[in-house]
Design a protein around this ligand. Structure first.
Ligand code: ADP
Ligand code: GLC
Length: 470
């Protein structure tokens, strides 16, 4: 089968979070299983763009409302990612350094999607599936079904994968003329509660919808940032397929970002060397358990609860653990975490920003990783952590619930808690400190986790079966 993935992110070209990781890995493993998977994404001005060689494969002319523009499709020449990678260039809209966060994001991603469809319509053959990811590509199923210009593509099956339903790309109806002329009877296929909602439109128009874990799909029917009734109504075409992890990029025995490699046999020694490096760099105490947080400092991740949970733990449990936080996000959370450096007694530090290399070192050197997420569609951190022998401490939600079993339960290995609340987090921290005291138990848990299989193979098969069913 030939599958074309459409996404705003793809590691290592451009990544803001897990979406990038997934779109950088899934096509690779689909190719390995004998299919042809390709990725098309915007041509941001990233390092990857400058470091690689490209061929122009198509130039087209289309419009975003009254604005007519030329777009260019370039293809990476040497197959460095193990799949065909195409970038869409639109001068003035996509030629930026960052992926998101601009006032004209609605214009940027709508123009991107129109260009992708316009390009596919110029192919001499049809792909077997167009697989779109999140709201940035969510209008494509509508465009090929109901925009007159592209209706000849309407027999191509579309799949929408929802990595995060919190972000829906809402646009006012004043932007409805952005889309090439469309069937006015289908207004309802764009609308959700009075605005154009690209994610809702994708759910309504795609042939199938997937979420990145089973539990998240269940949760969306009761909590989906306003789309609950839509998920209930469309449940017949929705299915949960758990993400895998790229076990080549995320392998403690070969990881290019860490110096001290280890495998299951040498995990205790190897992790200790990485922990030493972290403790020296961040002024922490190597004799105490090291609990880390890696991620976007936003409400979804429960990051606002971290400062109080850390202070409470120091106060009530005692200064028996280290904390190291890596992330960026809400300015209030960033500055509170920064200001807590003054409390530091060789047991607390924070790095505000995005740092891929440091994140790998933290997975390798930490004893525990804390994820008090309010919403977690899948979560990759806990899976990376387990591959590196780091015990996940997670809230019982979404993909965290589907991948972590509490060590108090049969066959368990992680620490799970029910509420995104300071009390529950502090209790999990106490349990981590207790687990750390029992060296033999911790070793056993590490071995168990490192042998768990979170590879892509099973999920790839599920996606292929889903495509075939179309
Ligand atoms: P989300 O996509 O919701 O942010 P995931 O758990 O799916 O959450 O994926 C997060 C990815 O982003 C992981 O690869 C994680 O290591 C990485 N990441 C998040 N924040 C940072 C950061 N500040 N520096 C480096 N990597 C980060
Ligand atoms: C989103 C979710 C995260 C998931 C990732 C990859 O960013 O927030 O939970 O792991 O997408 O699917």
């Amino acid at each position: 089968m030939e599958i074309i993935h459409v996404s705003a992110e793809c590691y290592p070209v451009a990544k803001a979070g897990g979406l990038g990781d997934v779109v950088g890995a899934l096509p690779k493993y689909q190719n390995q299983s004998g299919h042809i998977a390709k990725v098309v994404m915007p041509m941001y001005r990233t390092k990857f763009l400058l470091a690689n060689e490209w061929d122009v494969v198509h130039k087209g002319y289309t419009n975003l409302g009254n604005w007519w523009f030329t777009y260019t499709i370039i293809k990476e020449r040497n197959n460095v990612l193990d799949f065909d990678l195409y970038l869409v260039d639109i001068n003035g809209l996509l030629d930026r350094d960052k992926i998101y966060g601009y006032d004209d994001d609605a214009d940027r991603f709508t123009a991107f999607q129109i260009s992708v469809v316009d390009w596919i319509s110029a192919w001499s053959h049809r792909p077997d599936v167009i697989h779109v990811h999140d709201y940035h590509a969510g209008l494509i199923p509508f465009i090929i079904k109901y925009c007159y210009r592209y209706q000849h593509l309407q027999n191509i099956p579309t799949v929408l994968t929802i990595h995060n339903a919190q972000y829906q790309g809402w646009m006012g109806w004043d932007k409805s003329h952005f889309l090439p002329a469309w069937d006015p009877w289908k207004r309802g296929m764009l609308d959700w509660k009075g605005s154009i909602n690209p994610l809702a439109s994708g759910i309504k128009c795609a042939w199938k919808v997937t979420t990145v874990s089973w539990s998240y799909l269940d949760e969306l029917r009761v909590s989906a940032n306003g789309l609950e009734s839509l998920f209930e109504y469309e449940k017949g075409k929705c299915v949960g397929i758990l993400n895998g992890i790229d076990s080549v990029v995320w392998d403690p025995a070969t990881d290019k970002y860490i110096e001290n490699h280890f495998d299951t046999e040498s995990a205790d020694k190897g992790k200790l060397k990485n922990k030493k490096l972290l403790c020296e760099t961040f002024g922490l105490d190597i004799t105490k358990p090291l609990i880390v947080f890696i991620g976007r400092l936003v409400g979804e991740k429960g990051a606002d609860l971290l400062p109080q949970a850390i202070r409470d733990s120091f106060y009530y449990i005692g200064r028996t653990m280290n904390f190291l936080v890596l992330g960026s996000g809400f300015p209030e959370v960033e500055s509170e975490l920064e200001s807590m450096k003054f409390l530091n007694q060789n047991d607390y530090n924070v790095y505000i920003g995005y740092n891929e290399g440091l994140s790998h070192l933290m997975y390798a050197g930490a004893d525990f990783i804390l994820m008090p997420s309010r919403v977690e569609p899948c979560g990759l951190n806990q899976m990376y952590a387990m591959r590196y022998g780091t015990v996940p401490m997670v809230r019982n939600t979404g993909g965290l619930r589907d991948t972590v079993i509490d060590y108090g339960d049969p066959d368990g290995y992680g620490i799970r808690f029910n509420y995104a609340a300071v009390g529950d987090i502090s209790q999990a921290i106490w349990r981590a400190v207790e687990m750390y005291k029992d060296e033999e138990k911790l070793k056993e848990i590490r071995q168990h986790m490192m042998r768990l299989d979170f590879s892509w193979e099973t999920s790839v098969k599920q996606y292929i079966d889903l495509y075939k069913s179309l």
